[in-house]
Design a protein around this ligand. Sequence first.
Ligand code: ADP
Ligand code: MG
Ligand code: MG
Length: 241
Amino acid sequence: MRLRASDLSMAIDRQPIVSDVDITVGPGEVVGLVGPNGSGKSTLLRGVYRVLRPEAGHVEIDGHDVWTLSAKSAARRVAALVQEPAGDFDFDVREIVRMGRSPYLSVLRPASATDERIVTDALARVGAAPLAGRRFRTLSGGEKQRVLLARALAQQPDLLVLDEPTNHLDVRHQLETLDLMRRLGIATLTALHDLNLAAAYCDRLYVLTAGRVVASGPPEDVLSPDLVGTVFGVGAVPSVH
Ligand code: ADP
Ligand code: MG
Ligand code: MG
């Protein structure tokens, strides 16, 4: 699997939000997207997981433009965990994870035994098998995050796109979520707020400022105190790795 986003520009209500961005993710790589609030991380990711059509540029996975694929083929290429998931929908955990299969289903083909096995496997992979019988809205934040990750895995995607997967989690659950992300062994593009966590868990980083990539590379090369101070507008900062 190789993701290549090239010359990607995104706009909202004709307002440019992301400008001329190039990003790659290679096989098995975990690539982080960091930058200040409002720098365009979520908007960029929406262009990758097909929620907001780019103004210009391309998003290709293994040479296939994700924006020209059918919904079904795209679901096999890329699955996302969004920043503010609707937290309270009143479904069973299994029903939520089964939604990851829905791009492949139709009136003519309801969930099969294979789909059910994939749902069971996805829950097991994120360590959420014991939650299978629960109502989703009764779960803790960390548990919900696991189940939503299982829903993404049920798509059997080549690429995972995560938008601040540690949001609202306490430090233990932040670490558990990121450990899990690494253990899955799936190519991943993830927005992260915390620079220490980004440095610890990502193979490479892209730093976004006002919709443009201003630095990229291995965390230890990218997150110099100077760059962090400039990008986040905070002057001198303590070392982040
Ligand atoms: P990040 O994820 O880095 O915090 P976002 O991609 O969410 O940044 O937002 C980038 C910019 O786009 C911000 O200035 C934000 O106000 C603006 N923006 C996001 N969504 C909308 C919207 N629906 N309408 C207008 N502007 C928006
Ligand atoms: Mg370019
Ligand atoms: Mg965001």
